[in-house]
Design a binder for this molecule. Sequence first.
Ligand code: BG6
Length: 489
Amino acid sequence: LHSMPLTIVIFGATGDLARKKLFPSLYQLCMQGHLPSHLNIVGYGRSPVDLPAFIAKQCVNIKENRRALRLEHFTSRIQFHAGGYDAPPSYQSLDLTIRAYEEAHPSGKPGNRLFFLSVPPAVFGTVAEMISQHARAERGAFTRLMIEKPFGRDLQTFHELNQLTARHFEETQLFRIDHYLGKEVLLNISTLRWANSVFEPLWTREHIHSVQITFKENLGTEGRGGYFDGVGIVRDVIQNHLLQAFMFLAMDAPQTMCASDIVEMKVALLRSVKCVELQHTFLGQFAAGNGEKGYLDDETTPAGSRCPTFAACVLSVDNERWRGVPFLLTAGKGLDERLCEVRVRFKPQPYNKMMGVDAHNELVMRVQPDEALYMVAVAKTPGISAGVGRDERRTPVAMGLRYASQFGDGSPFVSGDAYERMLLNAARGDQALSVSAAELFESWRIFTPMLHQIDQEKPQPVVHAFGELPAGFIEWTESHGIDISPPAR
Ligand code: BG6
């Protein structure tokens, strides 16, 4: 990677994602020496820009570390190329611009090219075709494409999208991003399970009672209501981010941690997951409350919309390991806090009775905001109790790891952003964290019938005040055998 010219082209470079995530991530990667300092960055957009003004605006979120990499040095690598998404001459001149950089590179080697498509999915196909025809790297260097969800809106539309991209690019050249796969605590699931000896033997229906994967946001749609309304929380968060967490929690151990082995196990798992049914899904929508506006008050939301901003569903896995263990996936906007957490609850054992406790050991993996991993266990409360043995007082306690204290607040990637890892993996050609077509076919199979039913029947979601859980939700989880009361912290 370091010995060859490398160009990263960002389509949609004037957009929010580029400003919030892509430019800051590229800076971090260069600053830490992961990407070559001679990197060439080309922003691609439909209208011409004033380069210094573009850089000033889009690089505003970069946290400069002057000693390691001066911002001016980084931004001097940025160029801008204006042109239509479907205009061949514009791609031909993009190719010339990149080639000029490549030819001036001292290595004399052909240049690698990575294209990030931060553009609406409707133009994915066109841009992929144009790149393939007019701006591919020369032989001996790679051409790779990074794309982000939505990967279609159901099984059929994913199939169509896949055909469009597959016409021009091999699966090994396509990096489909799910930025949750770059989150440190989710990445740690495989290490926890397979680099330790105490968890995996318990990782079965004999020992695990239920699993909860929860995403909560204390934000609304913030002016994105128009976009969100066509999507809904299931497509926005559950079918991708939470399902990825589910896959790493529930899949069997792959032969190696290489992409192809991981995908094989993910797909095998998804094949044994039954389609989610609407009747076993809870839908909610946040309204005004606690001083915050409701979903329908967002001026971009269509009046009277029944789009769910909260949803919960239970996945059942029909295989030897998991039969009968409910996996509850819950996601909601307009709730009381920003939190993403996985909770694995273990079954009580017969001898727990002797201790007079109803032990509910739980392994909690807090993905955000403050990354942590802890086991809720029962401990004897210190001190002398009135009686003997059975009368001891016992308390649930947390035995655990807080990332900030263990690894330090500023350690790279704990404080860093998931996009850094995604960009670096694509540059290195490592697909272990990208989303394969095979798993998308399966994940859309699981959710498509329920999503179609929501699209057609538009069931009324349970309206709840901003910051509060929808009424009836706790009872609904209980009816599925799951207790969502918070674990000891
Ligand atoms: C995005 C969703 O994929 O993830 C957003 O489209 C959501 O609706 C976001 O807010 C959450 O990401 P993070 O990294 O802030 O938890």
